[in-house]
Design a binder for this molecule. Structure first.
Ligand SMILES: [Fe+2]
Ligand SMILES: [Fe+2]
Length: 186
C-alpha cells in the first residue's frame, strides 16, 4: 500500500510555503480533535504498574471515575476523574498540573483547579503517616473550588480497591468524546 499522504516540501520551517501550510493545516486540525485518543493511549500504559498497590494506576483512574459517576457527578467531572492520574508516571512531581493543562481548554475553572491541587487534597488521607500535615489543603480554604476538591478526594482515596468492579473503559468513552468535542477555550 503506497503512502498516499501528501507531503510538505520543506525541511526547515523558514523555507515553508503557503502551499505547505495548506497541506499541513487540516492535518493539525484533525490531530487536535484526536487529542483524547492520545490520552487514552497514555492511560493504557498504566496497566500493570501497581507495585505494592492492590490495583494498577489504570484501574485507579477508572475506579475514581466510577465513584464520581456513582456519586452523581456531572459528565465533565467524571472525565476529569478518569484522567486525573494519567500523567502520574510521566510527570511524577507535577502530574496534577500536567493533566489539568491538558484538559483545560475543555473544562471548567473548578475542575481545572481541583486537578492541579488534587494531590494535596488526597494527602488528607495519608500525610499524617509520613510526618506531614494532613490539613495542608486548608491553605486553599475560601477558594470557590475547595468543596469540589474535597469531594473529588473522597473518590480518589477509595480507588485502590481490588474488590471494586468498575465498568470497562468503553463505558466512559462517549462522555470523553463529548467533553473533548466542546469548542476549546483557547
Ligand atoms: Fe494523583
Ligand atoms: Fe488518584
Amino acid at each position: 500500500m503506497p503512502d498516499m499522504v501528501k507531503k510538505v516540501a520543506f525541511s526547515w520551517l523558514e523555507h515553508s510555503s503557503k502551499e505547505d501550510h495548506q497541506i499541513l493545516a487540516p492535518y493539525l486540525a484533525e490531530e487536535k480533535e484526536r487529542a483524547w485518543e492520545h490520552l487514552i493511549d497514555l492511560l493504557h500504559t498504566q496497566r500493570g504498574h501497581e507495585g505494592p498497590l492492590l490495583v494498577d494506576m489504570y484501574t485507579h483512574n477508572l475506579q475514581t471515575a466510577a465513584y464520581a459517576e456513582r456519586d452523581g457527578a456531572d459528565e465533565e467531572t467524571v472525565v476529569c476523574a478518569l484522567f486525573h492520574d494519567v500523567a502520574h508516571y510521566v510527570s511524577p512531581y507535577t502530574h496534577g498540573r500536567v493533566v489539568a493543562e491538558m484538559l483545560r481548554p475543555f473544562i471548567s475553572d473548578t475542575n481545572y483547579w481541583l486537578l492541579v491541587n488534587h494531590t494535596v487534597f488526597q494527602s488528607y488521607y495519608s500525610a499524617h503517616h509520613l510526618g506531614r500535615d494532613r490539613h495542608a489543603r486548608e491553605r486553599h480554604l475560601g477558594e470557590p473550588w475547595y468543596e469540589a476538591a474535597v469531594r473529588f478526594a473522597t473518590w480518589d482515596q477509595r480507588a485502590f480497591d481490588p474488590s471494586f468492579q468498575v465498568p470497562p473503559l468503553d463505558h466512559f468513552l462517549p462522555a470523553v468524546r463529548r467533553v473533548f468535542g466542546r469548542p476549546p477555550k483557547f
